[in-house]
Write a protein that binds this ligand. Structure first.
Ligand code: UDP
Ligand code: MG
Length: 320
């Protein structure tokens, strides 16, 4: 029988682990789906990993790992994917904001041949207007940059083993799970769900972490920002050329204010060249950046449950 793996990244979620594992295990047992739950404690500062160990000791279908520090949700997802052995893998939040009732529906679509089942948000739960504006804007820009509709997409999705293997083979360090599954292609179905309200604990995203997330994802999926700098430099040099002629003509005709010509020429020319050089430097940094991406995405401190392979103690991220 086919096995379903569920990856649950968790950062400071000690109040959620027990409830979440109970709810999901019960649901999957009722639906007669063979499952394993993989919790990744993302360098939690509370008792999250203790709770995972407890859950793993009570239920052989539960396993988990703990990072040596907070590496972010993306790293949590990828570590989880590496520890799975299922024929299909679902990634979901461990605060039950992604409704578990959708799992059997995703599973059914997978049995019918889908290789990716995207969870699409039909609402966005309870979010502040400020958050809606910032996240909404971010997704609009991202959708343009990577040419995929990101506005309703989420990290709640099912991936076939084939897709998981493809994602795990990617050498890049700055991953963006949400977009990578689009990028990978494959036969995709989608399913709508309503974002639930969080029962325990609080959301982990601050404005700053959202901004960092946005910039990291935009730069990992597009080099457009770099090219923009170069384009701006070229435009400003062109303008300075035109203005230079105009100011020189005024100067020669004797209608210019004393000293103004030199100042305006210097500002225009220097400004143009600074921007152009920034663009060039940016391109070099982008190259170097591509090279140094070889670092591991995460470091595992310890594991619990039935985890195969040599992962305990040292870091391991398919270190090629
Ligand atoms: N999370 C994580 N590492 C982090 C931040 C969050 O693994 O650095 C996990 C968190 O435990 C939760 C999921 O990512 O399972 C979504 O986080 P949260 O509920 O705070 O985000 P929101 O629901 O507001 O999108
Ligand atoms: Mg949440």
């Amino acid at each position: 029988m086919a096995l379903l793996s569920i990856v649950l990244p968790a950062y400071n979620e000690e109040q959620n682990i027990e409830n979440t594992s109970k709810v999901i295990s019960q649901l999957l047992t009722e639906n007669e789906i063979d499952y394993e739950l993989v919790f990744i404690s993302d360098g939690s500062k509370d008792g999250t990993f203790r709770e995972i160990q407890k859950a793993a000791s009570e239920n052989p279908c539960i396993k988990g790992a703990e990072f040596s520090r907070n590496f972010g949700k993306e790293a949590g997802i990828f570590a989880g994917l590496e520890l799975t052995s299922g024929d299909a893998v679902i990634v979901m939040d461990c605060d039950l904001q992604h409704p578990p009732e959708v799992i059997p529906k995703m599973w059914k679509l997978w049995l019918e041949g889908a290789e990716i089942v995207e969870g699409i948000k039909s609402n966005r739960g309870k979010e502040s207007i400020f958050y809606k504006l910032s996240a909404g804007l971010f997704y609009k820009v991202m959708s343009r940059l990577i040419k995929m509709d990101m506005s309703a997409s989420s990290d709640f999705k099912l991936l076939d083993r084939k897709v998981v293997d493809v994602l795990l083979e990617l050498p890049e360090r700055n991953t963006f799970f949400r977009a990578l599954s689009f990028w990978a292609g494959f036969k995709t179905e989608s399913i709508e769900y309503e974002v639930q309200e969080r029962q325990f604990g609080t959301g982990k995203w601050s404005f700053l972490s959202l901004m960092k997330y946005a910039v990291a994802n935009a730069t990992s999926f597009s080099t457009l920002p770099l090219q923009l700098v170069t384009v701006m430099g070229v435009i400003s040099i062109l303008f300075s050329g035109i203005l230079a002629i105009q100011t020189l003509v005024k100067y020669l005709m004797g209608t210019a204010v004393e000293g103004f010509t030199t100042v305006i020429l210097l500002i225009l020319i220097i400004g143009g060249f600074i921007m152009l050089s920034l663009g060039v430097i940016g391109h070099y940094i982008a190259r170097i950046y591509e090279e140094v991406k070889g670092r591991p995405k995460y470091i595992i401190r310890s594991v619990t449950g039935n985890v195969q392979g040599n992962v305990s103690g040292a870091w391991r991220s398919k270190n090629r």
